[in-house]
Design a protein. Structure first.
Length: 369
């Protein structure tokens, strides 16, 4: 038995074994994520219905819990219609690209201690690269449709996503300055010890003096949240698919599975942004209280504890996304651009300078200086 276990351990250490393990890890995370997205989509509809004093989906399955799966079957069995004047290859490639890039962003998201597909030291840069490429799927879909409304929706999306990526980038720089790392797991680990050590309250370094940085970091959290709404084309910033102006924007000519892929990519990105807010500002898998009791737990239960904490935070921020969709009216496009370039960009630049000065000239305590 010992020889067998040794042989298995040696096999997993080989390139083939590592590849098999990674593929299994990717498959497990993808399946769990897709199932969660199905129920999160149902929750989105239920929250929106409650805000409008309606019941929402309540027929398919108990309490309507199977409604999303019924919608999935409907989309899968519908005919794929490609407009006669469309570029067929790009038309089909666009939703595939959007979905692959959206799912790819989760490769560096740590769900719990040790629960991450790729724990790379430049995880934030990886997310920057993936999110920047995501706009190409929408642009390609709008252009390939060979129709005016989709084309206008694609242009709007390109301008909007680029505008708010700048603000998100500067906000993340403030977190990097506080944590001293671009590794997402390290950023989470530095927020251990209680909610007062979370980055939204100035991080954990510098003794209680770090709470002064809350004056900068709390507004940066708000800027990140609003920019995430715009980055994911979420109401009130859903201008690329504004039904009162562009029918459905870049999605007008899509039906069946290609439309489903666009829809899936949007919600995967939304949940990814919820995970990013949780990781960057609210401690990720860390509990909001000190956890010395975890030292006596088995590693699996420690990871399970962190997974639950991370899940609760993601669900809370998705609830905030859903409430904004339900109660905030849509912005005009000029208001959207003004908010991004004239308010968020200067504010985030000042915040970067302030946090950099705090790191250099703040309290020493053996850490600063």
């Amino acid at each position: 038995m010992t020889d067998f276990l040794s042989a298995m351990a040696a096999f997993w250490a080989t390139p083939v074994g590592w590849t098999v393990l990674t593929l299994v890890h990717v498959l497990v995370i993808s399946v769990i994520l897709l199932i969660c997205i199905a129920f999160i989509l149902l929750a989105d509809r239920k929250i929106w219905a409650s805000a409008q004093l309606r019941k929402g989906p309540n027929v398919v399955g108990p309490f309507g819990m199977l409604q999303t799966f019924a919608d999935l079957m409907k989309f899968v069995f519908k005919e794929i219609i490609v407009p006669a004047g469309a570029d067929k290859f790009v038309f089909i490639l666009a939703p595939l690209l959007s979905t692959v890039l959206a799912m790819g962003g989760w490769a560096v998201i740590p769900f719990a201690p040790g629960w991450v597909i790729s724990n790379i030291n430049v995880g934030i840069l990886y997310l920057f690269a993936v999110s920047s490429l995501g706009v190409y799927g929408i642009i390609m879909g709008g252009w390939a449709s060979n129709s005016k409304y989709p084309f206008l929706g694609g242009l709007r999306s390109a301008a909007q996503m680029v505008s708010y990526e700048v603000s998100i980038g500067f906000v993340i720089i403030t977190v990097i300055l506080l944590s001293g790392s671009m590794n997402l797991a390290t950023i989470i680990e530095k927020q251990a010890g209680g909610f007062w050590n979370w980055n939204v309250f100035g991080g954990s370094e510098g003794g209680w003096w770090h709470l002064i940085a809350t004056v900068v970091m709390f507004p940066m959290m708000v800027v990140f949240f609003i920019s995430a709404l715009a980055e994911t084309n979420r109401p009130p910033f859903d201008l690329p698919e504004a039904e009162s102006e562009l029918v459905a924007g870049y999605q007008v000519e899509y039906s069946s599975t290609p439309f489903l892929l666009f829809f899936l990519a949007e919600y995967v990105n939304i949940v990814l942004m919820c995970a990013m807010i949780s990781i960057l500002f609210f401690g990720g898998w860390q509990a909001p209280w000190p956890t010395p009791y975890l030292q006596h737990w088995w590693p699996f239960w420690v990871s399970a504890h962190g997974f639950v904490m991370m899940g609760v935070k993601i669900l809370f921020w998705f609830f905030m996304f859903a409430m904004v969709k339900a109660i905030v009216p849509r912005y005009r496009y000029d208001q959207l651009m003004r908010l991004g370039w004239k308010i968020f960009l200067p504010t985030s630049l000042v915040a970067v300078a302030a946090i950099a000065a705090w790191r250099v000239f703040g309290p020493v305590n053996g850490v600063y200086g």
